[in-house]
Design a binder for this molecule. Structure first.
Ligand code: C2E
Ligand code: CA
Ligand code: CA
Ligand code: CA
Length: 277
């Protein structure tokens, strides 16, 4: 029994340290991943409910590590936020996405590009200045950019957020409130900050057909957004039934696997109405 206990303890220790090691390796690999070109952007279209035309595309990070395989952003973004690397990574995403949208624009694309912003970026003293500088460098008109901010990020420091986001909206940048409904929503965030687009979190859409409360919530969010003069995007549409329901609720835009998964730029182009050459 004593031996067993010891073994169990050792096994426990081993798994603990391998989990810790895993974090450390991922962390140190992440710093090198950008330079090694292991990180790229995938793009997923946001489509108009009525015409199913692309309003825009959301840029989503992908890390393809030759050693560890495909690592999900849900896994490495928290690490990058923890160690501060997200600031550099976030700048890279903005640059890359702006340049890509500019190239599409030159080929006739009329939509926008949506980029996710982390709290560490938004909290920078000169966040707006940094975004505007990147736009200028890439040559992308500022009204082609949409920044996606989550509620918890926006509420960290409301005064700072309002100031920075207003500097951007004055220049024509659109701000979207991402994952809406998922946090401990306070409606004041809608009152106080310049959001034009509200993205209804996928967790509500997932069960919209079988949970009446989810349906009621989504309906209320859409009405609320419209009464504020905003537009709504439903995230995570996977079935024609969900689409039909969202249409009935007058949701403006949809995003989801039913239409398109996030894909590399060359494949995402199919949805953007670009002429093939
Ligand atoms: P998000 O911003 O809420 O992005 C939407 C996520 O839902 C994406 O996951 C997308 O692939 C996934 N999705 C889209 N349609 C469907 C669907 O129909 N069904 C299902 N099951 N999933 C769908 P992804 O690409 O794994 O990204 C996860 C999260 O990582 C993002 O959630 C975002 O919070 C974060 N992220 C990704 N790229 C960036 C980035 O460049 N910067 C920052 N700060 N965060 C990012
Ligand atoms: Ca997003
Ligand atoms: Ca989202
Ligand atoms: Ca999400």
């Amino acid at each position: 029994a004593k031996l067993q206990g010891k073994n169990r303890l050792r096994r426990f220790d081993a798994s603990m340290s391998s989990a810790a090691l895993d974090m450390l390796t991922l962390e140190s690999e992440l710093w090198k991943a950008l330079e090694r070109n292991e990180i790229e952007l995938y793009y997923q279209p946001l489509l108009q409910v009525a015409k199913q035309q692309a309003l825009g595309v959301e840029a989503l990070l992908r890390w393809k590590s030759p050693r560890y395989g495909l690592i999900s952003p849900d896994r490495f973004i928290p690490i990058a936020e923890e160690n501060g690397f997200i600031v550099k990574l976030g700048e890279w995403v903005l640059q890359e996405a702006s340049r890509q949208c500019k190239r599409w624009m030159e080929r006739g694309y009329e939509g926008s590009i949506s980029v996710n912003v982390s709290s560490k970026q938004l909290m920078l003293a000169n966040f707006a200045g940094c975004v505007l500088r990147i736009l200028e460098e890439s040559g992308l008109p500022s009204d082609r950019l949409c920044l996606e901010v989550t509620e918890s990020t926006a509420l960290l420091d409301v005064d700072h957020t309002r100031e920075q986001l207003s500097l951007l909206t004055e220049q024509g940048v659109t701000i979207a409130l991402d994952d809406f409904g998922k946090g401990f929503s306070s409606l004041s965030v809608l009152n106080e900050l310049p959001f034009e687009q509200i993205k209804v979190d996928r967790s509500f859409i997932q069960h919209i057909l079988d949970r009446p409360k989810n349906l009621a919530t989504v309906k209320a969010i859409i009405q609320l957004a419209h009464s504020f003069g905003g537009v709504t995007v439903a995230e995570g549409i996977e079935t024609p039934e969900q689409l039909e329901l969202l249409k009935q609720l007058h949701c403006d835009y949809i995003q989801g696997y039913y239409f398109a998964r996030p894909q590399p730029a060359s494949e995402a182009e199919r949805y953007l109405g670009l002429e093939r050459k």
